[in-house]
Design a protein around this ligand. Structure first.
Ligand SMILES: NC(=O)c1ccc[n+]([C@@H]2O[C@H](COP(=O)([O-])OP(=O)(O)OC[C@H]3O[C@@H](n4cnc5c(N)ncnc54)[C@H](OP(=O)(O)O)[C@@H]3O)[C@@H](O)[C@H]2O)c1
Length: 245
């Protein structure tokens, strides 16, 4: 199956920002979607918007740090649509802070969301993809994995793990599966600065409002990787605002 029309795509973190923009973009091109996040009301609003425009989407409340939630996500795709073609692992938190603040709960959240969450998605989707002899992982990393900027070290470390896990998975995927890393730069979403230390939050939101690209730019990059023919594996896409250093 090539292109986007008819593909079954599960997206984590689909209630806002990049995940929401990706859902809308793919729905407009005929994908059938299973959208996941923790906040049911946000997911329902995205599903309602898509279905009102003639698209196909359903919502599943998922916390990616829980293995069984990811299995529920992939089971929902298979039960409802008969298959799963793509898992977009996008859920994330940018609650950055200086080390001296000792915000260990935020460190834990970044590790469990970006690293454990990604692994939970791999464990849930890989057996489905192997059975089908087709499937694609699209993992959302960050340019923070390329350039470490204080006070983003923990965030950058987890996104570096996303990069490394994606490359290792690609090497083991074999000829039937595709594995893609999409690394966005500063993107205009509500998640920028949310939960961050006050100084960092102020800097991030100011920079976001000055130079960030729209989340649709990342959605287009993800769609490009998905729409390639089955034998073509887009390994990595980095997309950032021109003004980002
Ligand atoms: N915006 C940027 O500048 C930027 C740059 C590079 C990379 N990224 C990455 O892009 C991804 C999306 O971020 P965004 O900018 O679109 O921010 P966002 O609007 O805050 O979106 C994050 C999404 O993840 C969900 N989420 C968070 N923790 C979760 C969990 N444990 N289980 C399930 N869902 C969870 C949130 O929904 P709930 O709270 O309802 O669960 C939300 O829908 C993240 O991985 C982020 O690190 C963003």
């Amino acid at each position: 199956m090539s292109g986007i029309q008819g593909k079954v795509v599960a997206i984590t973190g689909a209630g806002s920002g990049i995940g929401e923009a990706t859902a809308v973009h793919l729905a407009e091109r005929g994908a059938r979607l299973v959208l996941a996040a923790r906040r049911r009301d946000r997911l329902d609003a995205v599903v309602d918007g898509i279905t009102a425009r003639g698209g196909t989407a359903t919502a599943v409340v998922v916390d990616v740090t829980r293995r069984e939630d990811l299995r529920l996500l992939t089971d929902t795709a298979v039960d409802r649509y008969g298959r799963l073609d793509v898992l977009v692992s996008n859920a994330g938190t940018m609650a950055v802070s200086p080390f001296d603040d000792l915000r260990q709960d935020d460190w834990d959240a970044m590790v469990s969301t970006h690293v454990t969450g990604l692994l939970n998605g791999i464990a849930a989707a890989l057996p489905v993809f192997r059975r089908q002899r087709s499937g694609q992982f699209v993992n959302v990393g960050s340019t923070a994995a390329h350039v470490v900027k204080s006070p983003q070290a923990v965030y950058a470390a987890t996104k570096t793990a996303v990069k490394v896990l994606t490359e290792g998975l690609r090497q083991e995927a074999g000829p039937d599966l595709r594995v893609t890393l999409v690394s966005p730069g500063l993107t205009h979403t509500e998640g920028v600065g949310r939960g961050a230390a006050p100084d960092a939050a102020a800097t991030m939101t100011r920079l976001r409002d000055e130079i960030a690209m729209p989340p649709s730019a990342v959605a287009s990059a993800i769609a490009y990787a998905i729409e390639q023919p089955p034998g073509v594996d887009v390994g990595e896409i980095t997309v950032r605002p021109t003004a980002q250093s």
